[in-house]
Design a protein around this ligand. Structure first.
Ligand code: NAD
Ligand code: ZN
Length: 357
């Protein structure tokens, strides 16, 4: 048995207003005149937050369009433009949800690795450390702030650059930054965390390490999404730590059915990760009976709409594509259903599940 030697984020700061420490945190990481590049979620363009970014010298803010999930082409173009403009940079700071943070991780890696980011989609293909990378979440749930992957849609697949070079050097967890998240988006991304917990805790890869984080994250999700009348600062604080702990839980286990199926949706239809997971979770009673029942209570109590009928009218070829992408997620299926998963989740069964969504 080979135990995973888990690479973690190097530095973590947590607290309301901790964003104000960014300048001091970055100072020792600056390499001469090479700038720090801030990849900021386009939602914040024209808002107050960018005025608080500690720009020095030739530092630059680049607003990133996260309407669609990050693509390898987008990463390559960003990295190339930075090389053309600056040669070298001191670091990349991703400020936003999972999309902006993943872009920052990938661009940081591509500053020092040749070729296209598509060449590194997979496990441990990245050869060299990237530049300094920091992540500052403005939405809670994905766990992208702690993970060793950056999920990219490439020419042939949606797959992460999973490597020990991928985790951030620094994360700043300031729950104040999440306060303006729209209710639906906050829920969808929050449910990503809830689903991480269920898939980790109900999976065959479970161990005490994953369990200890997963149980805490699950409890925080329950406190946040059940039995509340109104959303408060405490909810933002708790959800940010739920995201962190949920990410730590899957880092030492794996996700499961909802993620495996939702990857097919996002590859074919561009369905975003959070809402895609919710669409799938809604129909997974067979695999996660208690988790799905509680998920439905959360949906109802928070008055959230989960889209239905998104696979209506798809062609035979479309279903085949989604099934191929989903079936390719072997570790996820194995975690969910055990070593003999292929006997349980047949193509026909998966097809029937997609038809329900
Ligand atoms: P997101 O980053 O795609 O953002 C969703 C929307 O919320 C965007 O319109 C964005 O502009 C907006 N937004 C972000 N912060 C806001 C704020 N404070 N106020 C108002 N609007 C705000 O959403 P997400 O769910 O955080 O991330 C999904 C992405 O994360 C996907 O690309 C997915 O593949 C990736 N992901 C990565 C990992 C990982 O481990 N690397 C894990 C899970 C998901
Ligand atoms: Zn997820």
């Amino acid at each position: 048995m080979l135990f995973r030697n888990l690479k973690l984020v190097n530095y973590v700061v947590f607290g309301r207003g901790s964003f104000n420490q960014l300048d001091a945190i970055l100072a020792p990481q600056r390499k001469g005149d090479a700038p720090m590049i801030f990849l900021v979620d386009h939602f914040f363009k024209g808002k107050a937050l960018p005025n608080r970014i500690p720009l020095r010298g030739t530092d630059k803010i680049i607003y990133v369009d996260v309407t669609f999930e990050p693509k390898t082409t987008q990463v390559d173009a960003l990295a190339q433009s930075l090389k053309d403009e600056f040669g070298t940079i001191s670091g990349v700071i991703g400020i936003g949800g999972g999309s902006a943070m993943d872009l920052a991780k990938a661009v940081g890696l591509m500053m020092n690795n040749p070729g296209s980011s598509a060449d590194y989609q997979g496990w441990d293909l990245v050869q060299k450390a990237g530049v300094y990378k920091a992540g500052i979440p403005t939405l809670s749930g994905t766990g992208a702030e702690v993970s060793r992957t950056t999920v990219l849609t490439g020419p042939t697949r949606k797959l992460g650059m999973n490597s020990d070079f991928t985790p951030f050097d620094q994360i700043i967890l300031d729950p104040e930054l999440t306060k303006d998240a729209p209710v639906n988006q906050r829920f969808y991304t929050g449910m990503d965390c809830y689903i991480h917990c269920i898939e980790s805790l109900e999976g065959t890869f479970l161990n005490e390490f994953s369990k200890s984080y997963g149980e805490k994250a699950l409890q925080l999700c329950q406190e946040v999404f059940l039995g509340n009348k109104e959303w408060t600062e405490v909810h933002d604080d708790k959800l940010m730590m739920a995201s962190y702990a949920g990410g730590m839980s899957i880092a030492y286990s794996q996700v499961g059915v909802a993620h495996a199926v939702s990857y097919g949706l996002s590859y074919l239809l561009g369905t975003k990760h959070g809402v895609g997971n919710c669409i799938v979770m809604n129909h997974l009673e067979e695999y996660y009976p208690a988790g799905v029942a509680e998920f439905k209570r959360m949906v109802a109590e928070n008055n959230i709409d989960i889209p239905v009928g998104i696979c209506n009218g798809l062609s035979e070829e479309d279903f085949e594509k989604m099934i191929n992408v989903s079936m390719g997620m072997k570790p996820l299926w194995e975690n969910a259903l055990g070593k003999d998963w292929e006997k349980i989740m047949t193509r026909e069964k998966l097809r029937a599940l997609y038809e329900k969504l």
